[in-house]
Design a protein around this ligand. Structure first.
Ligand code: SF4
Length: 215
């Protein structure tokens, strides 16, 4: 099966197995900062760090003005807190410098490509983070590839090498980016786990290159 048809079939089967997941949304800048806190940590620690940050510094202006050590202390639950504090401040400083205010609402007035370019120019912001902001915060057709999505799609044989965002973007059924992203993450957490994937109970087993090879 060609990869485009295969991913469309994956999307259909996952919808049948998991339904249409509730779509998270929110303010694009909140999503950006939360995503910076989410890298290489658990959802629980990310949420605790984010909550503690917002409790100590209720506005992004206060976060920008805060000494880096205080910021790092507030987000220590996420780990790598000094690096993350520096990164959050650098991102906020750049937004303020370019836009005169701490908001990403202006992105709604840009084309998908312009908004993507703008986010990717922020310090330390890569494709995954930019695409999460675009998809979740602005409902733009972008397909973020996190560790679960990369693992599952690689095992399925949808790509083998190269940059996964570039490899997968042309295969994603239009309009299904959000649902497919969330359902692949769920499959990756519950079934296609990093170690000992539960292939016999996977709804994609007959489509999967990894399972066919008997690995
Ligand atoms: S069949 Fe196994 S390896 Fe393939 S996607 Fe399902 S759980 Fe992952």
């Amino acid at each position: 099966m060609d990869p485009k048809r295969k991913l469309a079939e994956v999307a259909r089967r996952l919808r049948r197995a998991y339904g249409t997941p509730p779509s998270p949304g929110g303010d694009p800048l909140d999503i950006l900062i939360k995503t910076i806190l989410s890298q290489n940590t658990t959802d629980l620690n990310r949420d605790r760090a984010y909550q503690s940050l917002r409790e100590e510094f209720p506005s992004w202006e206060e976060v920008l003005a805060a000494p880096e050590e205080e910021l790092a202390r507030a987000i220590r639950r996420a780990g790598l807190h000094r690096q993350r504090a520096a990164r959050i401040k650098a991102v906020l400083a750049k937004i303020k410098e370019e836009q005169g205010r701490l908001s990403l609402d202006f992105l709604a007035g840009l084309s998908d490509e312009e908004a993507e370019r703008w986010l990717l120019a922020l310090p330390g912001v890569g494709k995954k983070t930019a695409y999460i902001v675009l998809l979740f915060g602005l409902r733009r057709p972008r397909f973020p590839v996190d560790t679960h999505v990369a693992r599952v799609t690689r095992r399925l044989g949808l790509f083998s090498r190269g940059e996964p965002h570039r490899a997968l973007a042309p295969l994603v059924p239009p309009g299904k980016e959000l649902e497919l992203h969330l359902n692949l993450i769920r499959l990756g957490r519950e079934v296609c786990r990093p170690r000992r994937p539960r292939c016999p109970e996977c709804p994609l087993v007959d489509l999967c290159a990894w399972a066919k090879e008997g690995r």
